[in-house]
Design a protein around this ligand. Sequence first.
Ligand SMILES: Nc1nc2c(ncn2[C@@H]2O[C@H](COP(=O)(O)OP(=O)(O)OP(=O)(O)O)[C@@H](O)[C@H]2O)c(=O)[nH]1
Ligand SMILES: [Mg+2]
Ligand SMILES: [Zn+2]
Ligand SMILES: [Zn+2]
Length: 349
Amino acid sequence: MKVISLSRSVTDSNDRDAEELRQALKAKGVTLVNLMSSPGSGKTTLLSRIIKDIGHRVNIGVMEADIASDVDAKAIEKLGAKSIQAHTGGMCHMDAGMTRAAFDAAGFDGGIVFLENVGNLICPAEFDTGAHVNVMVLSVSEGDDKPLKYPLMFQKSDALVISKTDAINYFDFDIGKAGERALKLNPGLRIFPVSAKTGEGMAALENWLLEKSRNGEESMTHEDYIKLAIDALDNSYSPYSNFRVGACLVTPEGEVFTGANFENASFGATICAERCAVSNAIAHGKRSFSKIYISCDSGYAWPCGICRQVLNEFRAGDMEVWVGSKDSPWQMKTLSELLPNGFGPGIGG
Ligand SMILES: Nc1nc2c(ncn2[C@@H]2O[C@H](COP(=O)(O)OP(=O)(O)OP(=O)(O)O)[C@@H](O)[C@H]2O)c(=O)[nH]1
Ligand SMILES: [Mg+2]
Ligand SMILES: [Zn+2]
Ligand SMILES: [Zn+2]
């Protein structure tokens, strides 16, 4: 593991440096994720969990920025991920020039590179590091009033990770209130309550990160999934109801499996399109799905109760359920909205 000493960048145009770095990293196939939070909110523990969970699916590198010590980079290296410890020379944030210097010294391969920024809720938000994705971590022990006190950090972030949810009962932290305050500042913010200790909520965050890392080179788009669901209607066997349904099921890696409803003279033996797609995927060894697109000939066919239960068994995080048809605008609800307090291994509502 390398340790590099950084000094403040000499150029005075951090925004331009950041944009250049962002482009250069993209060309190398690197997605840079800037992790910001106050000290001790759980960034290194979160990264360790992410490496254990998805390190076999995507290359992960970590830049640890601290004023002193190398304990964080050592913890990451132990997990087999490439890491570099950057000492900031007393600086309480990273800028684009410093980020570039650390990146160049580390020799990362493509994939996701995390920058664990200096623990500080204030100035890291003021300096663009060149990251493609900005994520802030707020632990439940810090209080749900932080959006009111540090608005810039919430405005600059793409996602808010609410960490240490396993300890929520010891603190008066209200996830709903924190979320509401944060969304008022930044309506596009994605919110992920997680416990890196128990793993609760991690899959949704990890799916989102995997999706971000595929950006630009995604083989299929939302429109492609919709088209596949509509095309699947042609395979429907529905002589009794004449109600055709097609489904397109998507794994976190973006693989797709389609299905169509098939009825039976003994009506109770009828199989819905959603469960047909699930069977298709199960037969190919898949056990985890992030989205499903469900089409009928016109209007909307929301999944029936049995299908909601079946999808709950195999969801990767909170599944997106898209419903529509050729002539109805597509709508999305999450599975936890469709099946609150669900029974089974999926996340209960
Ligand atoms: N209960 C609980 N404790 C956690 C969790 N994640 C981290 N911690 C604890 O919180 C403390 C700080 O965790 P770190 O991962 O070092 O936090 P950090 O944000 O990297 O800290 P700095 O790099 O010093 O800013 C440690 O004692 C962790 O064990 C969690 O999900 N649940
Ligand atoms: Mg740390
Ligand atoms: Zn600073
Ligand atoms: Zn059904």
